[in-house]
Design a protein around this ligand. Structure first.
Ligand SMILES: *[C@@H]1O[C@H](CO)[C@@H](O)[C@H](O)[C@H]1NC(C)=O
Ligand SMILES: *[C@@H]1O[C@H](CO)[C@@H](O)[C@H](O)[C@H]1NC(C)=O
Ligand SMILES: *[C@@H]1O[C@H](CO)[C@@H](O)[C@H](O)[C@H]1NC(C)=O
Ligand SMILES: *[C@@H]1O[C@H](CO)[C@@H](O)[C@H](O)[C@H]1NC(C)=O
Ligand SMILES: *[C@@H]1O[C@H](CO)[C@@H](O)[C@H](O)[C@H]1NC(C)=O
Ligand SMILES: *[C@@H]1O[C@H](CO)[C@@H](O)[C@H](O)[C@H]1NC(C)=O
Ligand SMILES: *[C@@H]1O[C@H](CO)[C@@H](O)[C@H](O)[C@H]1NC(C)=O
Length: 563
């Protein structure tokens, strides 16, 4: 398995067209729909749609690495610019975050940041929800071990984006870090707003240090649990991740168990080194299949390590942000937990002792409740589960998130392969750090060892959307790792290993080429065929499939990697 973000524009776009999600929902609110980026004021989405296939090998873009530990800025202020009266400014709806306690690293701790608003108005008129984010570098000790981290508004994980379907999301990203960056909205369709997708070198340029960029896009045709993450290098694993929830006005019907609370639980593998350091090793010669092995795992950015086990690290497990992640759930009610794997590499197996998990949503698709004891969740996946707090004899239970270590290439002597949390029956609705784990009973079935997806065969969507009867085109791709020149191992689709042009992304060149009626972008045949455009794009580094207009494309990928 590649450590680099192998997510591709294609996988997200094909998800969009093949499940035809949009068709089942309310009609597009045409009136409020407009292109948001002035430079693209011509209707470029009417031209070809590009499907870009890539295994991402992100070439480090910005340099100027500050010596470790010497120049990390400690940011204590939060953006105080005035809100636009026409928009619903989310920053100012959450002013209580200003009074939250500060950890020694200067980071504000999100408390119940990820507990969704019980008074949320699902039927509100479509609005623009605006967020102001300042991205900075600081030192933080999520599990006790201090390390450089990248933070959004001084928070780790990042702030919650919570909107209704048909709302417009506007995020002003101010990059105050030393490196360039970009934010990708994972799973969001971006129909007509491709350039807001945040994939560096494909749909956009990175945001330079000391510069801002405003992402703006409307969400429709989808609802449920999503997330966002940096899409430059492996910055996501250095802290730039967070949840994105889209409410449907039909949420109460789509979710077939009514629940008293709704919250986000993010799982992530955790590394004690900056990814810049890990990547340099991983991408070196003779490092085939030697992905960096995590040092531990976090739940909502929290865990606790025994500092004595890590004598080579600067560690303090007594700060208030460090501890056993503990969630308050009101007794005798149902509670929705949106489990998200926002990590880089590890698959997790998640459970709450003595509680069945009724899966009710998979990556934005609501499903009929189906019980599981343990939930396998791979990076980028989201599952909603509903738990019933109906046990009377105890009030506190262990939550276990175990990394499936089978796919780790090497032994890491400092690794702790799981993070444990607590579900405690209480009406406080809080997220706190506890000191002691309760002694509750693990399920007795064998623990999953293989890195396999959850078997979702028995899950049935609440609203069944038929796949298009016939695809307009079909492509077959072989994915694997190959050792090439200089004994470098690189991920490939067929003979192509992606190496984009960060200064002139695929999308921009395509728009220019189509506008200029450059023959390299002409369809090969006049029948609107979908084809690999190897005239405009260099196949070995930028395998690009071009189509005219909206088409249904089947892609069959045979994965020859053993991980
Ligand atoms: C995408 O936008 C186009 C043009 O506005 C529209 O015709 C199409 O239905 C939209 N597709 C989806 C899936 O929403
Ligand atoms: C960003 O701006 C600050 C203050 O103006 C300056 O010290 C710093 O060098 C700038 N960083 C970059 C990467 O240009
Ligand atoms: C900045 O980018 C360089 C080059 O990729 C990398 O070595 C360094 O670790 C990055 N710094 C941070 C703070 O992400
Ligand atoms: C925190 O670290 C100290 C050593 O600094 C250790 O004695 C203690 O047990 C650790 N706490 C936990 C919960 O591991
Ligand atoms: C998944 O579960 C179904 C029944 O629920 C079973 O028929 C099928 O063999 C399972 N698939 C795998 C790969 O285990
Ligand atoms: C990828 O390689 C396979 C096997 O050689 C071939 O059948 C397929 O057409 C190739 N796909 C593309 C998009 O070129
Ligand atoms: C047409 O596009 C190709 C590929 O981007 C480019 O190499 C070529 O220079 C363009 N031709 C003209 C006349 O602009």
């Amino acid at each position: 398995m590649p450590v680099a973000d192998e997510e591709v524009a294609l996988s997200e776009t094909s998800e969009q067209w093949s499940d035809g999600d949009a068709q089942r929902r309310a009609l597009l609110d045409e009136e409020n729909f407009r292109p948001h980026v002035e430079v693209w004021s011509f209707k470029w989405w009417q031209y070809a749609l590009l499907f870009l296939i890539s295994v991402i090998l992100l070439v480090p873009f910005a340099v100027n690495l500050a010596p470790k530990g010497s120049s990390w800025k400690e940011i204590t202020s939060i953006d105080t610019s005035q809100p636009d009266p026409d928009v619903n400014d989310q920053q100012f709806g959450q002013s209580e975050s200003l009074s939250q306690p500060q950890s020694p690293g200067g980071a504000t701790l999100p408390r119940d940041e990820y507990l969704l608003d019980p008074a949320w108005d699902y039927g509100a008129a479509p609005t623009t929800r605006q967020y102001h984010w300042t991205l900075t570098e600081t030192e933080l000790n999520p599990d006790g071990v201090w390390r450089p981290m990248l933070l959004i508004n001084n928070q780790f994980p990042g702030p919650l984006i919570e909107v209704n379907e048909h709302d417009t999301i506007r995020v002003v990203v101010d990059n105050q870090m030393t490196n360039a960056t970009s934010i990708h909205w994972h799973g969001i369709y971006q129909n007509g707003t491709n350039s807001m997708d945040g994939t560096v070198g494909i749909t956009g340029c990175p945001i330079a240090p000391n510069h801002s960029f405003t992402y703006e896009f409307k969400v429709y045709g989808q609802s449920g649990s999503y997330w966002y993450h940096a899409h430059q290098g492996m910055q996501a694993s250095d802290g730039l991740v967070g949840p994105l929830v889209i409410h449907s006005k039909d949420e109460k019907q789509l979710q077939q168990i009514q629940y008293a609370s709704d919250r986000i639980i993010m799982l992530s593998d955790h590394y004690h080194d900056l990814t810049g350091v890990l990547l340099r090793k991983y991408l070196a010669p003779d490092m085939e299949n030697a992905e960096p092995v995590p040092d531990g795992a976090l739940i909502n950015g929290r865990a606790i390590r025994n500092c004595d086990d890590l004598p080579h690290r600067r560690c303090d497990n007594t700060t208030s942000n460090v501890g056993i992640p503990a969630f308050d759930l009101e007794p005798n009610r149902h509670h929705r937990l949106r489990i998200m794997n926002v990590g880089a590499f590890a698959e997790f197996q998640f459970q709450i002792d003595e509680h069945e998990l009724a899966v009710t949503e998979v990556d934005g698709t609501d499903v009929r409740p189906t019980n599981y004891h343990r939930l396998n969740i791979n990076p980028a996946q989201r599952y909603s589960v509903v738990v019933h707090t109906d046990k009377r004899e105890r009030t506190s239970f262990r939550m276990r998130a175990r990394m499936i270590t089978h796919c780790f290439a090497e032994k890491n002597p400092y690794m702790v392969d799981s993070v444990q949390g607590i579900v405690q029956y209480s009406s406080n609705s809080g997220f706190t750090a506890a000191n002691e784990l309760p002694d509750t009973i693990d399920w007795d079935e064998a623990i999953g060892l293989e890195c396999k997806d959850l078997n979702t065969t028995e899950l049935v969507p609440v609203q069944v959307v038929a796949a298009p009867e016939k695809a307009d085109a079909f492509f077959y791709l072989r994915s694997n790792f190959e050792i090439g020149a200089y004994r470098l191992s690189r991920g490939k689709f067929n003979t192509s290993s992606w190496r984009g042009d960060v200064k002139n992304p695929t999308l921009f060149r395509s728009i220019d080429g189509l506008q200029a009626k450059n023959a390299s972008f002409d369809a090969e045949h006049d029948d609107g065929a979908v084809f690999v455009n190897d005239r405009a794009f260099n196949q070995p580094t930028e395998l690009t499939i071009q189509s005219s207009g909206i088409q249904t494309i089947d892609v069959l990928i045979s994965n020859f990697d053993d991980g």
